[in-house]
Design a protein around this ligand. Structure first.
Ligand code: AQP
Length: 334
């Protein structure tokens, strides 16, 4: 009996702060349900997280928190491989190989490197520079066809494709060349206080982001205080009205209403109206997720088991690809 091979999806989030509504609307939300059509691998990318200095106890705590949040958001470990990147040593091993297929000039052009080096000027380490190569290794190890990410990761995905093609051109078709899956709305949620910059899980300003574990009253307060403008007209115009456009984007992603439908519905209404509805939607989304999160967090043995199973399943697939890579390069088999 032939078993039909399903395409693979892979994505991950760095446990480098607290998960935000940006991470949810840009990434997590789109991971749900993909397991119907794809073999799905979702990671906690701790190797990436240490490119910025992390407190060890907090990093460990966050990995557990993120795993419980993945599950609470609806990722069932029976249908999705959930794992920690550092549990699968092939990620770092393949990254080393791919370093030799990546040009310095390519890495120099990465906007995330430029942004993060400006933000962490006291620690511009080689890992931060090589971050996209490790990300390419993450994706190529699983022969992922699709990578669901927010818009900010598009440039890294393009580099992954270039690295895969370069390797394949030299050594034959070892890697699947992946395609990004970027959502049409919600792909770049901006900060509430600085709507010209991406909402980030490790930002300094508490009020700039909505965290998935924020209390409902805190969420409502943050949205009510979101920066807008003085025009008092609700329309989507990122260049001239970044704050209002960001609230509209959030609402579009939360309600699945189109932008023209939202603009028509809010015609003649005030910003208070828009903020009230965004707050209601976010609270309605997050309340059940938070309740489920607290249940899952109260079961540490279950979480441990999920990680053990995930690491075993991921390693099995990763080892096959790394074996093919070593073989293609001419390394003597162990
Ligand atoms: N603001 C956002 N809007 C939409 N999508 C977003 N993503 C992140 N921020 C937004 C998507 O979430 C996934 C995980 O991102 P990551 O952890 O790999 O790193 P990042 O993109 O650097 O995210 P952060 O939140 O900004 O992390 P820090 O603060 O640690 O740098 C990706 O799919 C990303 O597109």
């Amino acid at each position: 009996m032939s078993v039909e091979k399903r395409p693979t999806v892979l994505s991950g989030i760095q446990p480098s702060g607290r998960l935000t509504i940006g991470n949810y609307l840009g990434a997590l939300k789109h991971w749900l349900g993909l397991h119907d059509q794809f073999d799905c691998y979702y990671m906690l990318v701790d190797l990436h997280a240490i490119t910025v200095r992390q407190d060890p106890a907090l990093l460990r705590e966050r990995c557990h928190e993120f795993l419980a949040l993945y599950i609470a958001c609806g990722l069932d470990p029976r249908h999705n491989v959930l794992f920690v990147q550092s549990h699968v040593p092939q990620h770092a091993e393949l990254a080393w190989v791919l370093n030799t297929f990546t040009q310095m000039g390519e890495l120099n052009r990465m906007t995330q490197f430029k942004d993060k080096s400006a933000k962490h000027a006291d620690n511009i380490n080689a890992g931060l520079f090589g971050y996209p190569v490790l990300m390419a290794a993450d994706i190529l190890l699983y022969q992922a066809e699709r990578v669901p990410v927010g818009d900010d990761q598009k440039q890294h995905l393009e580099l992954t494709r270039d690295i895969a093609l370069r390797f394949n051109n030299v050594h034959g078709p070892v890697f699947t060349v992946p395609e990004p899956m970027i959502p049409p709305v919600g792909a770049r949620i901006m900060g509430l206080q600085t709507p010209t910059a991406k909402m980030s899980k490790s930002g300094d300003a508490e009020t700039d982001a909505i965290y998935l574990l924020d209390e409902p009253a805190v969420i409502t307060r943050k949205i009510k205080r979101a920066v807008t403008d003085t025009e008092n007209a609700i329309r989507f115009d990122v260049a001239n009205k970044p704050g209002v456009s960001n609230l509209l984007s959030m609402l579009a992603a939360l309600s699945d209403e189109t932008m023209p439908a939202l603009e028509a519905r809010f015609d003649g209404k005030g910003y208070g109206h828009l903020k009230g509805e965004v707050a209601e939607r976010v609270v309605a989304l997050l309340e059940p997720i938070q309740a489920r999160y607290h249940e899952v967090r109260a079961a540490p043995d279950y979480l441990q088991q999920v990680l053990r199973d995930g690491a075993a399943r991921a390693t099995k697939k990763a080892a096959i690809t790394l074996g093919r890579v070593h073989d293609a390069l001419g390394f003597i088999p162990r």
